[in-house]
Design a protein around this ligand. Structure first.
Ligand code: NDP
Length: 312
């Protein structure tokens, strides 16, 4: 039976009983305690499941075997300057996360397609704005940046809506019905809607800047649900104001929360959502943690392992 002490920091202390119930169902030998519980013996901690762990804290657990991120990204863990060396970090990957991210991106792409900004403005000013809709998904191309656990599901869901979908990732691959570009520039040139589903790494930070935005067709839309640092915001806002971009639908920002005085909040062509695109139930995340630990017990590689050399 799987044994150990799992320290949890995800969802607030009030979430602990639910976490304990979720793990009791799948790993009864695993003791589950809250991050700030003063009675926990640091030597007893074998695993952690965390979102934004306090910097320096993970180094206090000498017997820590695995760090689980409670979400898909790990940048909130790897930014800790005192991160213990040699302890594997596992990214959260669940079907629920990919499904909910797909739902969000489809919502955003359809909103851009049907001019959701104009519809919202009409309602806000009580104006009956019965305009002609010139396009359907069948004549729009969506380019997906990032074809990992989430990007592949998102690409399939967009295709199901009728969009022509292509993608781009670090390593080449074949995906049914989806053209995978080997260069970002060629993806940009063919994307009426560009979707960001990339992790934050030194290579992805600031990738979508003025020059790359210019490579998109005039009037293109951008959806970003990966990490906010991907986009140089002043360049995006300038491109919207100049009319080179038609709309942006953004779930992630740098920094978060988006400051109250940030121009994105009030921009008529930007939809702001508060990092809500993807989510997974605690039950699904507990199952993913236990499945990873079972794989490790069988002597297999931990799945969804963070690799420092590639940054995700
Ligand atoms: P994965 O690690 O499974 O996939 C990452 C993808 O990005 C891979 O296809 C990878 O390429 C590609 N990639 C990474 N670096 C580069 C690069 N420099 N150039 C080109 N492609 C690159 O992650 P997930 O799909 O699970 O999640 C993606 C991101 O989505 C997370 O890192 C997180 O930041 C974000 N996220 C946001 C949520 C929200 O609510 N807004 C919720 C969940 C996740 P390759 O396939 O070649 O390895």
């Amino acid at each position: 039976m799987m044994r150990g002490l799992l320290l949890v920091k995800s969802g607030g202390a009030a979430a602990l009983p639910e976490w304990q119930a979720c793990f009791a169902g799948v790993a009864p030998g695993l003791e589950v305690r809250w991050w700030d519980d003063p009675t926990v013996d640091p030597d007893a901690v074998t695993h952690v499941l965390v979102w934004e762990p306090t910097p320096g804290r993970l180094a206090r657990y000498p017997n820590l075997r695995v760090i689980f991120s409670s979400a898909a990204g790990v940048d909130h863990i790897t930014c800790d300057p005192d991160l213990p060396r040699g302890v594997p970090i596992v990214r959260m990957a669940t079907e629920e996360t990919a499904q909910t991210m797909g739902e969000y991106v489809c919502l955003a792409a359809l909103s851009i397609l049907r001019d959701g900004n104009r519809l919202a403005a009409a309602q806000a000013s009580r104006r009956w704005d019965s305009f002609e809709q010139p396009h359907t998904a069948l004549d729009k191309r969506v380019g997906v940046m990032g074809l990992g656990n989430i990007g592949q599901v998102v690409a399939r869901m967009l295709r199901g809506l009728g969009f022509t979908v292509s993608g781009w990732a670090r390593t080449p691959r074949k995906l049914d019905g989806i053209e995978v570009h080997s260069s970002l520039d060629s993806l940009l040139a063919e994307s009426d809607i560009l979707v960001g589903l990339l992790p934050e790494t030194p290579q992805t930070r600031g990738l979508i800047d003025r020059e790359r935005i210019r490579r998109l067709p005039r009037g293109a839309g951008i959806v970003n649900a990966g990490r906010g640092s991907l986009i140089v915001m002043p360049d995006l806002i300038a491109a919207l104001d100049e009319g080179h971009l038609g709309a942006a639908y953004l779930d992630v920002f740098d920094p978060e929360p988006l400051p109250a005085d940030h121009p994105a909040w009030r921009h008529p062509r930007i939809t702001v959502t508060s990092h809500v695109a993807g989510f997974a139930s605690r039950r699904a995340r507990a199952r993913a943690v236990v499945a990873a630990l079972e794989a490790q017990e069988r002597g297999e590689m931990l799945p969804n392992l963070y690799q420092a050399d590639r940054g995700y």
